[in-house]
Design a protein around this ligand. Structure first.
Ligand code: SF4
Ligand code: SF4
Length: 148
């Protein structure tokens, strides 16, 4: 009962003041249709984690070059880098976009965004509490977090 009340309090308070988070490795956020973006360094690390050269990685996962410093993996039906147990197969080498979730501007910018995050991510009902200052510091650690 106390656990349920704590979850309810965190959820309601979180809409205004912050979020709780500890990834439960359910793979849910990797199953959504969308895009995963890689810098050249991230691309190199991801390819290496797969035991592939960069051209092989680009060809296998059909990455699109968006510019000098950005590649896009279009995950129309979830990310192809998930393994059969819905775990990230390049977890230690995953790009910033994945590593910094949910500390993105789009997920934390207001109560509506935080409500959506709480609804969609089981990790929002677990783990340590991050207040707005801590969220802001995490987002500010890399300007790209403002774009996700
Ligand atoms: S949906 Fe949340 S708990 Fe599940 S893998 Fe993504 S971040 Fe982790
Ligand atoms: S690279 Fe890994 S963490 Fe990122 S979306 Fe794909 S499976 Fe998920």
């Amino acid at each position: 009962m106390i656990g349920i009340l704590r979850i309810m309090f965190r959820s309601l308070w979180g809409l205004r003041r912050g979020i709780a988070f500890r990834c439960q490795q359910c793979g849910g956020c990797c199953l959504w249709p969308g895009s995963v973006y890689f810098t050249p360094d991230e691309l190199s690390r991801a390819a290496s984690a797969c035991g592939l050269s960069i051209p092989e990685f680009v060809a296998r996962y059909r990455l699109r070059r968006l510019g000098q410093d950005e590649w896009e993996l279009v995950a129309a039906r979830g990310c192809p880098l998930l393994d059969p147990e819905n775990r990230c197969s390049i977890y230690q080498a995953r790009p910033l976009q994945c590593a910094s979730y949910p500390f993105w501007r789009s997920k934390t910018k207001n109560a509506t965004a935080r409500r959506e995050f709480i609804r969609e991510c089981p990790g929002s009902r677990q783990g340590p509490w991050f207040n707005t200052g801590e969220i802001e510091r995490k987002i500010s650690s890399d300007p790209r977090n403002n774009t996700f």
